[in-house]
Design a protein around this ligand. Structure first.
Ligand SMILES: NC(=O)c1ccc[n+]([C@@H]2O[C@H](COP(=O)([O-])OP(=O)(O)OC[C@H]3O[C@@H](n4cnc5c(N)ncnc54)[C@H](OP(=O)(O)O)[C@@H]3O)[C@@H](O)[C@H]2O)c1
Length: 289
């Protein structure tokens, strides 16, 4: 049995769809959900629904019994994630899970000086727990989602241009669906035991290039301005955006500027057997007329 956590989220749902498409029978797939009301689509596909919450250790042990492969999708509660994910690793160990595949995060700077340490911290902690657990593992160092570019640059970008303090470093943005497909390939084949993969695009693009791609798609010139971080925070604060959103945006922009996400890698291409989707094509789909 393959169990997917976070199955009501984007990555988990996409991985299940790829597993089904590639021939894994629905009866061999289970989904861990914390709210059964969200599991209608999964049930309709014939997926077994198991209940569990990263905050509830006993629920995890119960649902993990008899699982051969677990796709452990990182949670999104940044504040409580270290403890939650520790629960998942310990429960997998207690339940005797055969192999844990974990969606971690690409990074270069692993110290507290990283601008995105608040996000990286729990991934580093979970990777360590997994390696020390004695469980068979595969770690997926997922790069930043291409899908998030519109969120970073704002809703009205075709009117305002890009105002984002990311400097001119390249970023190897990677489609979430490509990474989900790679996860499905790993779950449905052998030879991935105790390996780390960097799931990243084979090409990296700067925000200047992103502005050009949007200009081509929208048929009008879109500029890119990279202010200093303090100016960015001040302008967005004055525009009334919530402090939390501004803080996360500024932290990721600084991470982009410092090259935390810059390295193109070939692990994903090899796992997919094709080139990952390009940022240019993605932006053409979003901003094309
Ligand atoms: N690489 C990147 O750029 C990037 C960007 C954003 C996030 N991420 C990470 O990648 C993960 C997957 O991405 P995504 O787009 O699929 O995120 P998503 O759509 O927000 O899905 C997150 C999933 O985690 C589940 N979850 C959260 N807390 C849980 C808990 N305490 N117990 C059990 N399940 C819990 C959610 O359940 P509910 O449906 O019940 O809420 C949901 O199914 C995220 O959770 C985050 O850790 C990566």
């Amino acid at each position: 049995m393959i169990l997917i956590t976070g199955a009501t989220g984007h990555f988990g749902a996409a991985t299940i769809d790829f597993l089904l498409k590639k021939g894994t029978p629905a009866r061999e797939i289970a989904a861990l959900v914390r709210d059964e009301a969200k599991a209608g689509d999964l049930k309709a596909k014939g997926i077994t629904i198991l209940s569990g919450d990263y905050n509830n250790y006993e629920s995890l042990v119960k649902s993990f019994k008899g699982v051969d492969k677990l796709l452990f999708i990182s949670g999104n509660d940044i504040v409580n994630r270290v403890q939650q994910q520790d629960n998942v690793v310990k429960a997998a160990k207690e339940a005797g899970v055969g192999h844990v595949v974990y969606t971690s995060f690409v990074r270069k700077n692993e110290t507290e000086t990283s601008p995105i340490y608040i996000v990286a911290k729990s991934h580093l902690s979970t990777e360590k727990a997994l390696r020390e657990s004695g469980l068979t593992y595969t770690i997926l160092r997922n790069n930043i989602y291409t899908d998030y570019i519109p969120m970073f640059i704002g809703q009205n970008v075709t009117e305002t241009g890009i105002f984002f303090p990311a400097g001119d470093s390249p970023v190897a943005f990677t489609l979430r669906n490509d990474m989900a497909e790679a996860a499905a390939n790993i779950l449905s084949s052998d030879g991935h035991e105790n390996k780390d993969y960097t799931l990243s695009n084979t090409e990296a693009v700067t925000f200047h290039e992103i502005a050009q791609f949007i200009s081509q798609a929208a048929g009008k010139e879109i500029g890119y301005v990279s202010p200093d971080s303090a100016t960015f925070v001040e302008v967005l604060t004055n525009a009334g955006l919530p402090a939390e959103i501004i803080g996360v945006s500024a932290a990721f922009a600084e991470g982009f500027k410092q090259g935390e996400f810059s390295s193109p890698e070939t692990d994903l291409e090899k796992l997919l057997g094709r080139k990952p989707g390009s940022v240019k094509d993605f932006l053409a789909g979003v901003y094309g007329e």
